[in-house]
Design a protein around this ligand. Structure first.
Ligand code: KPL
Length: 310
């Protein structure tokens, strides 16, 4: 399958390195970013083994003629705030029925591109853990699970096909018929953890201690009220248990939003807190704590357009 991966960050390179192991001469994997990367890329597995692969990369401007036109699938793996611009840079060259898979956090890009793109749009939600190893590789820090589906439930066969392809490449993936709920669930957990750890510059596990624990509970109460108003079913264990389980499972992590703040990069507050604040307003619910956390992130975050990204 000819695959374009837009966004050579950790998830993009994890995908590229897995898919390239399965590609033959008849198909290709191409990474598209804001600058070309060294051709030889190395994957470090969760058990510490390393595998090197040749992976082509290009920018939207240097993408060889015909490659976008021949793409059989596009994976969009940028941060949420960069997704639409990255996609628009190559969309005019794609066949109009090219399937697009969105890997963004939050819930903003997904409904917008599902509405706008002429081809099928799938959304992915993943718990795979990965980080970049400079320009030359990615470290697969922890195995997770990926689910994939489309918002309108019209592309179940395609979702099954893509899930099988990713699973065969070594990334356990299942097709689901409730991807909207899955995306909101991940957003809810991210909203309860990320803004607080970014504000106080702490690891996830420190949220269990005072003075942070009651702050998390207050955020969970606001999030749970918005979710109920949006008719998003709570996890079987309840919101509080779900959030604390993720905090424990990721206790030693510096969450993505904290890493962004520490590195002076834009944060994904618009994608994660934006939909909750908008839904709160639609339903006449007060969300003062979420609004306060969002305001701080807006102040702290450089404008997405001003920062050079992959
Ligand atoms: O997904 C995460 C992130 O860092 O963005 C959590 C669940 C908060 C784990 O760190």
């Amino acid at each position: 399958m000819n695959t374009l991966i837009l966004g050579p960050g950790a998830v993009g390179r994890l995908l590229a390195l897995h898919l390239a192991t399965r590609s033959t001469n008849a198909d290709s994997v191409m990474l598209v970013g804001r600058r070309p990367l060294p051709r030889r890329q190395t994957l470090t597995t969760p058990t510490g083994q390393t595998f090197s692969q040749e992976i082509d990369s290009a920018t939207a401007a240097t993408l060889p003629a015909g490659l976008a036109e021949r793409a059989e699938i596009v994976h969009l793996t940028t941060k949420a705030y960069a997704a639409e611009a990255a996609f628009e840079a190559i969309a005019p060259r794609l066949a109009p029925d090219t399937p697009l898979v969105l890997w963004q956090n939050g819930y903003g890009v997904q409904p917008r591109l599902s509405e706008r793109w002429t081809g099928p749009v799938l959304c992915a939600s993943t718990t795979e853990g990965a980080y970049l190893d400079g320009d030359t590789g990615a470290v697969h820090a922890g195995r997770g699970q990926t689910v994939i589906g489309d918002l309108a439930g019209r592309h179940a066969r395609l979702a099954g096909h893509v899930a099988a392809h990713l699973s065969a490449a070594g990334l356990a993936t299942g097709a689901v018929d409730d991807i909207r709920v899955r995306l909101w669930h991940k957003l809810a957990v991210n909203a309860a953890i990320n803004p607080l750890v970014a504000r106080f510059r702490i690891r996830n596990g420190q949220l269990r201690d005072r003075p942070f624990r009651p702050m998390v509970e207050t955020v969970i109460d606001e999030v749970a009220a918005v979710m109920a108003a949006e008719a998003i079913p709570a996890p079987a264990s309840g919101w509080s248990a779900r959030v604390w389980a993720v905090v424990s499972a990721t206790a030693n992590n510096r969450a993505s939003m904290l890493q962004d703040v520490l590195a002076g990069r834009p944060t994904e507050h618009d994608a994660i807190l934006g939909p909750l604040l908008a839904a709160g307003r639609r339903h006449g619910l007060a969300t003062p704590v979420l609004a306060g956390l969002n305001a701080r992130l807006v102040d702290a975050s450089p404008a997405a357009g001003r920062v050079t990204r992959d």
